[in-house]
Design a protein around this ligand. Structure first.
Ligand code: ATP
Ligand code: MG
Length: 161
């Protein structure tokens, strides 16, 4: 193994590895609850960047979905990961069914210190860092919408050609 592989900086990374590693890191929280996970992500399409950064992004999204699910106290949480591509970009989505985000908050959730969890449970810094990381490290963008009683986060990054 050479030093470049060891450091894993800015190499083409498999998006499926990022999703799977993040799910592993959150496995304690996932196992404790009734969480169904669906991963329909291209096993071959690569992203230019650092694996750890992308894992960190998904950890934030997963933890937020579990938090929202606990707040709503629903019967089963479904986390659904999908990817597709257009001409220039790879789009990776994570959708949950945890109740979604209040319409008036949709434009605020990427702001620093915006949280609906109270200071004991949330600092409001998570999605701020996520948005910045995607923009600065991956040259991409993230957007959010509500769909089917849940939130849909969509990450768009340039394709590795
Ligand atoms: N999947 C989701 N479903 C519903 N609301 C969400 C979801 N993800 C984020 N939010 C909302 O966006 C807010 C901001 O999220 P963010 O991750 O930035 O901060 P936080 O989770 O409150 O705190 P932390 O800094 O610990 O992550 C949350 O407080 C919550 O109101
Ligand atoms: Mg958070």
């Amino acid at each position: 193994m050479n030093l470049e592989t060891l450091c894993n900086t800015n190499l083409p990374l498999d998006q499926i590895d990022a999703v799977n590693n993040a799910l592993k890191m959150c496995s304690q929280r996932i196992k404790k609850r009734s969480v169904e996970v669906e991963v329909i992500v291209s096993p071959t399409q690569k992203i230019q960047g650092t694996l750890e950064e992308m894992v960190h992004i998904f950890i934030n999204l997963i933890n937020n979905a579990i938090d929202a699910y606990e707040d709503n106290n629903k019967l089963g949480l479904l986390l659904s990961f999908r990817s597709y591509e257009n001409k220039d970009n790879l789009i990776i989505e994570m959708q949950d069914n945890a109740g979604g985000i209040m319409q008036t908050n949709l434009s605020k959730i990427f702001n620093p210190y915006f949280s609906t969890k109270g200071s004991k449970h949330g600092t409001g810094i998570g999605l701020y860092i996520v948005e910045r990381t995607i923009r600065e490290y991956f040259n991409g963008e993230i957007s959010v919408s509500n769909i089917n009683n849940g939130a849909l986060f969509s990450i768009s990054v340039p394709k590795v050609i």
